[in-house]
Design a protein around this ligand. Sequence first.
Ligand SMILES: [Zn+2]
Length: 109
Amino acid sequence: MRRALTDGRPARREHSDGHPDWCARAHHCTAALPGGEHASIPEVWQIEGGRMVGTRYRDHAGHDHMELRIVLGLPDDETTAQAACRHLMAVSLMVVRRVFGLDRQEAGR
Ligand SMILES: [Zn+2]
């Protein structure tokens, strides 16, 4: 599998050409524009019934974030399709909170 979100080496902030090592540069990177960001090559995982696409970004302040898209086919029945969408979003939110420790931050308030 191609590692688009990281180059596999330990994280570092310095880079000789002004881009993080994982930045795809060229048309992916908009860091030279006002409000632009460095961007990785999207990492695509083919999954059952669809795909997941993760892209890493770094803004001008040096803050990293990622975009995760999940593309899946929906059931033909509208009610079931809406329920599946909301279920996926709710479960994804739980996973995001767990992975990024947001659930622990909320518990500590
Ligand atoms: Zn860049």
